[in-house]
Write a protein that binds this ligand. Structure first.
Ligand code: AVJ
Ligand code: FE
Length: 442
């Protein structure tokens, strides 16, 4: 596939139509999998009812593509307020007079019909919002992001399994445990990726000292060793905020883990099975990641380090779109697109390795970094402040790389996710890094 910035207008339209369709197939799968009662109820205070996500997807699509890009009459102006994420916290959304399952489904398909008409008739240039199909790409990504959120709701749902997928591919060799990333400048962020969101822009030169980064995300096996070594009860490994949190919340293991004697079990989408020791650990919060890293004699990578490990090609000095090159991900490169319902064992994606030999940077699990979420120098709100800017500051930590539940339309090496450091319902794990000593560089 060619990259978005080399596509002609007709190719952009075809690409947009296919991506919209793919996103909608996934939204349907996630909402048709459960009955009406499960669609309207709250599976966790942290999440919206699934039926809210569905209509919110339609409402954002209506606001940006039907009304703004298309200049058409509203489909349902009366419901804007209900589906404005800033008006009502997730915990209170079930109490709102929401559209019911049948109404929500009708609403999203009415909007979609108009959007296909707008797509056929609107010029895709001349206005920054539509250049390269940006507004459509933003809405595709928005739907896929909410699909990942709905997948997290499914993971929190209690009851017999309703989702099914083939197991991930087998693991394989990964080489040395860490790789050395050379110090110096590299290009971070992007100014050319047509569908990159405002917080990924602009491309700029960033600098790192030489550092080591783990070849793979931290596995269940390694994480279980931290638990067995008393990691959760030893304040030496925890930051002040982390120690306060682990005690108050009573954390003893990753979310969805259960012990029976010496064996750990993990429940995923209604299925409880012995933990696969070679899969990356998932459902840990930032504080747990930080504590593990300290126990291991390491630290979390900064966001700058993570992106350099994922993009920098020392042979050319260039930053790639993905660790493996500039081509779109295929199923050989990365565990994405909800193709499997868990992370894959380490070494499962040799075709996805970075030039420096780092595995599984894209897909499998979101990776916590030590960085707060801020705008890059030269950041400009586009097209609305409530996507990124209102979240900038010390309250959120940046996560990188996407998970098995992220769609490839919404993941790239410049993509930035963020969440509170206590959150565990997202598909998040981590890998460690450390400074390189002078002897190691000599
Ligand atoms: C980028 C995943 C943090 O879900 O809060 C969805 C994406 N923004 N609707 C979120 C988003 C508006 C956002 N994250
Ligand atoms: Fe949203």
């Amino acid at each position: 596939m060619t990259s978005q910035f080399t596509r002609g207008t007709e190719q952009v339209r075809d690409h947009v139509a296919a991506q919209l369709e793919r996103a909608r197939q996934r939204s349907k799968l996630l909402t048709d999998a459960v009955d009406d009662h499960d669609l309207v109820r709250q599976h966790s205070k942290l999440m919206s009812p699934l039926v809210w996500d569905l209509a919110h997807i339609g409402n954002q699509e209506e606001l940006w593509l039907v009304r703004d890009v298309g200049g058409r009459e509203p489909v349902r102006q009366d419901i804007d307020e209900l589906y404005d994420a800033f008006k009502h916290a997730r915990a209170v959304r079930p109490e709102l007079p929401l559209l019911g399952p049948a109404e929500a489904r009708r609403y999203v398909s009415q909007v979609r019909e108009k959007v296909f008409d707008v797509l056929e008739t609107s010029p895709l240039e001349g206005r920054r919002l539509v250049d390269g199909g940006f507004a459509f790409g933003m809405i595709v990504q928005h739907e896929q992001q909410h699909d990942e959120t709905m997948l997290a709701t499914h993971q929190l749902r209690v009851g017999p399994p309703v989702l099914d997928a083939p197991p991930p591919p087998r693991g394989g060799p990964v080489g040395p445990a860490e790789v050395l990333v050379p110090g110096g400048p590299f290009t971070m962020g992007t100014s050319t990726e047509a569908w990159a969101l405002d917080n990924e822009r602009p491309a700029h030169q960033a600098f790192t000292d030489p550092f080591f980064i783990d070849t793979t995300p931290v596995t269940n096996r390694a994480y279980a060793e931290f638990i067995a070594a008393g990691g959760y009860t030893d304040p030496r490994w925890w930051s002040e905020a982390g120690w306060a949190h682990v005690q108050k919340a009573g954390l003893v293991a990753p979310r969805f883990w259960e012990r029976d004697g010496d064996q750990w079990y993990r429940t995923a989408f209604g299925v409880t099975a012995p933990l696969d020791p070679d899969q990356p650990v998932v459902h840990v919060c930032y504080y747990e990641a930080e504590a593990y890293a300290k126990w291991a004699g390491k630290r979390l990578p900064t966001e700058v380090e993570w992106e350099k490990a994922a993009r920098f090609d020392p042979a050319t000095g260039r930053s790639r779109r993905y660790p493996w090159g500039d081509e779109e991900p295929t199923e050989a490169h990365a565990n994405l697109n909800q193709r499997h319902l868990s992370p894959a064992p380490v070494g499962a994606y040799p075709a996805g390795v970075s030039p420096l030999g780092v595995h599984q940077l894209i897909g499998d699990v979101w990776e916590w970094t030590s960085s707060d979420f801020h705008g890059y120098t030269g950041f400009e709100v586009f097209p609305y402040a409530e996507y990124s800017q209102v979240f900038f500051g010390p309250d959120y930590k940046v996560l990188r790389g996407g998970s098995f539940g992220s769609d490839q339309a919404a993941v790239r090496s410049t993509f930035r996710n963020w969440d509170y450091p206590i959150r565990r319902q997202i598909f998040a794990g981590f890998r460690c890094a450390r400074d390189a000593s002078p002897e190691e560089l000599a």
